[in-house]
Design a protein around this ligand. Structure first.
Ligand SMILES: C[S@@+](CC[C@H](N)C(=O)[O-])C[C@H]1O[C@@H](n2cnc3c(N)ncnc32)[C@H](O)[C@@H]1O
Length: 381
């Protein structure tokens, strides 16, 4: 849900565009996965939903779920709904295909990149001709316990587990599989590049001088930030050195000036009151709820009084219907997302308010309540 899906003229600056890609065979392997995912979520899932909703017990639970605005009974209800769905062959088939694609993205994608390793290495090592002036600060950071050893989204070795994950997502999985939508919280046919720009537009003011993104990964959100706020100074941090290195190179090639730092987001080491805006994109569902609470306190500290925070993450369980809650919950155990369900049961709104934010509100931007926006303001001094 977080990677480049487009390598076309409108999306990429000429300096960022390579004159090569995967082999035809490599592309075909991934295109099939994209098609399977689209068929599974677009054709099989609606039929699985109809079977689920026709079950009398599931129908009762769905009514209870819709009436429970605070989500207090959600855990037991979703657990029972999952048992009902697991007993239905169409649901199992749809989930089997989702899991198959999630695994095969790497089983098929890594050999496809390896086939062109030399070219990709050369591309990664190319000097940037006209640097944008951004910076990269790498410094050993102790990895939090919850992060270490997790193979996020079934990615072998985790974010830093393979040196060419950057090209794998930019040239393969992004444009050929993820671009079809229909996985995790992303709806079928969703344009995840456009979703990022729409998210940035949720900042309520017309200008922001300095914007920070904790957990910025490969720096993809900065492109959208620069589109909407071309004069803003952009700063980000992440735990993954590889994502930061790729992000730095990619931003520089695009003429996008960003300052990237290897830091734990709960300890940014940024001065108090130093940013006008903060954005987080696809971050909180990867953190245990306790760490989210800690993170919001840190973000409150570095935001200037009157500054705004905008968050895009999957919707909480209370905001989606019961069948979709079962679909989202599935990711926790089956797509290596250890905290997904815990976070979707929690309330980012309440955590922001506890950290001192005011004007907290949350709402969906697209189908299936995704992206789910939560935004708030640090009270003016
Ligand atoms: C799903 S990715 C999203 C990346 C980026 N925001 C995007 O939208 O492309 C989550 C990112 O959060 C980073 N992350 C997780 N825990 C973190 C922490 N405590 N401090 C900084 N980054 C963290 C991961 O390394 C990963 O890059």
């Amino acid at each position: 849900m977080t990677f480049l899906t487009k390598l076309d003229d409108a999306t990429l600056d000429a300096r960022a565009k390579p004159a090569f890609g995967l082999s035809q065979r490599g592309r075909a392997g991934l295109e099939i996965l994209g098609s399977i995912q689209k068929y599974s979520s677009g054709q099989i899932r609606p039929r699985a939903r109809a079977v689920f909703e026709a079950d009398p017990e599931a129908a009762n639970l769905a009514v209870e779920h819709a009436a429970d605005a605070n989500g207090t009974g959600a855990r037991a209800r979703i657990a029972r709904a999952r048992q009902i769905a697991d007993g239905q062959p169409l649901f199992r088939l749809e989930r089997f295909l989702q899991r198959y694609v999630a695994e095969e993205n790497f089983n098929t994608g890594i050999p496809a990149v390896e086939e062109r390793r030399e070219q990709f290495e050369r591309f990664m090592d190319l000097p940037v001709e006209r640097a944008a002036g951004g910076t990269l600060e790498l410094a050993e950071v102790e990895l939090p316990k919850y992060f270490e050893g997790v193979e996020w989204h079934l990615e072998p070795g985790g974010w830093d587990g393979y040196d060419l994950y950057g090209p794998l997502f930019a040239f393969g999985v992004g444009p050929l599989v993820f671009s079809k939508g229909g996985y995790a919280a992303v709806g079928i046919g969703d344009d995840i590049t456009e979703q990022r720009v729409r998210t940035v537009r949720q900042f309520p003011k017309p200008h922001y001088a300095r914007i920070f993104e904790p957990g910025c990964g490969g720096a993809t959100t900065f492109r959208a930030l620069n589109t909407v706020f071309p004069d803003a100074e952009l700063v980000g941090c992440d735990l993954s050195p590889q994502l930061l290195k790729n992000g730095h190179k990619f931003a520089e090639r695009q003429g996008l000036k960003v300052h990237l730092k290897q830091r734990d987001a709960v300890d940014t080491r940024e001065p108090d009151d130093s940013f006008d805006g903060i954005i987080t994109y696809a971050l909180h569902h990867e953190l245990p709820p306790k760490v989210n609470a800690q993170l919001f306190r840190e973000l409150f500290r570095i935001l200037k009084p009157g500054g705004d925070i905008v968050i895009s993450d999957p919707p909480p369980f209370r905001a989606v219907d019961l069948f979709h809650a079962v679909i989202l919950d599935w990711d926790t155990r089956n797509r290596e997302e250890p905290f997904f369900s815990a976070v979707l049961h929690s309330s980012l709104d309440a955590q922001l308010a506890d950290a001192g934010f005011e004007r907290v509100e949350s709402y969906p931007l697209g189908q299936d309540q995704y992206p789910w926006i939560t935004r708030a303001r640090k009270p003016a001094a």
